[in-house]
Design a protein around this ligand. Structure first.
Ligand code: TUI
Length: 314
């Protein structure tokens, strides 16, 4: 059975985090993943504290296992959500899209295990110094907001930089990815895209269908001009947005073009105007299944691969 120091630290059965996907990862999905033995994570995204409090309540009603909350640091509500999670004393807080230094003391005082997403060694080092329990090294294969480096180069560099546990993310959607992550120096994984196809994931059926049908070259990156590159499924809308980035329209107009596009994908399944965030692993996601099966399959597939790695050595 796959096991690591992360399991003892967090009181979970499998070292598998569900990514904190904005608009998508609600209390129901997080509870299903936690009940399956992984760590479910509620995404605050751009929502206010009231929404997050409601999702925490839902998760607590559905599971007695630990779960986390992800705080998207670009959100205008990041401050109020940061205070809420400290009051609620959630087990784990993960952060994304920025540097959470100013909240670290408050969270640690509340006894929260803080596990930031890092996309560079400098931020990983700083997070360790400020008391992070672990870091998530997320490579550019992932969906949503991405850093510069790919998982295969980011994870070992972060593992060489810090002594706290490293969780690998970006491009991991099956047992081969899990096994590879351990080889790269990680002691756990975070998986997003595969959980889009979880039965308990409440995205619009059109979104799920697009993930199941996705092929290898089906994602693309937009948003570089405004400094927030984002990976999503290649749709007409994404193509038009990318084209617009290379014209002389103002930054404000460009921003307005993308406004509300995540909601349009997740809630409305709007193929023409929605931004369907997804990682490069979308093509590896081929079926809808309960979250518990996803967590178990990821680890059970990795086991013989890790055991069998000795076959490469004489
Ligand atoms: O955050 C994510 N993925 C996301 S956030 C999101 S919602 C969004 N809304 C508006 C604009 C952009 C996104 C959709 N998907 N993943 C975690 C992640 N964090 N990936 C990369 C980073 C990151 C990048 C730079 C973390 C820290 C960082 O350093 C900043 C610094 O100040 O050092």
């Amino acid at each position: 059975m796959i096991n690591s120091s992360l399991c003892e630290m967090l009181g979970i059965k499998y070292p598998v985090f569900q990514g904190g996907m904005a608009w998508i990862a609600d209390g129901k999905l997080a509870a299903a993943v936690s009940n399956g033995g992984g760590l479910g994570i509620i995404a605050a995204g751009n929502a206010d504290a009231e929404y997050v409090a409601r999702q925490i309540k839902i998760a607590k009603e559905l599971t007695d296992k630990p779960f986390g909350v992800n705080i998207m640091l670009l959100s205008p509500y990041a401050d109020e959500v940061a205070k809420l999670v400290a009051e609620e004393k959630v087990a784990v807080v993960t952060t994304g899209a920025g540097n959470p230094s100013k909240y670290m003391e408050m969270w640690k005082e509340a006894g929260i295990k803080v596990i930031p997403v890092v996309a560079s060694c400098a931020l990983a080092k700083l997070m360790q110094r400020l008391g992070a329990s672990a870091v998530i090294a997320e490579g550019g294969e992932s969906g949503g907001h991405i850093g510069e480096l790919a998982t295969i180069v980011l994870v070992p560099q972060i593992a060489d930089t810090v002594t706290i546990p490293v969780i690998a993310a970006g491009g991991i959607a099956d047992g081969r990815g899990v096994a590879a992550a351990f080889m790269l120096g990680a002691c756990g994984v975070q998986v997003g895209t595969r959980f889009l196809a979880a039965e308990e994931c409440s995205i619009h059926p059109t979104y799920k269908e697009k993930i199941i049908k996705a092929k290898d070259l089906c994602t693309m990156v937009t948003g570089r001009r405004l400094g927030h590159p984002v990976r999503a499924l290649r749709t007409n809308f994404q193509r038009e947005y990318l084209k617009a980035e290379y014209t002389d329209i103002s930054d404000e107009e460009l921003e307005a073009m993308g406004a509300g596009s995540l909601r349009k994908a997740v809630v409305d399944g709007n193929s023409d105007e929605g931004c369907f965030l997804a990682g490069q692993s979308a093509a590896m996601v081929t079926k809808i299944q309960p979250a518990v099966d996803i967590v178990r399959e990821l680890c059970e597939e990795a086991e013989p691969l890790l055991k069998g790695a000795a076959k490469w050595v004489r």
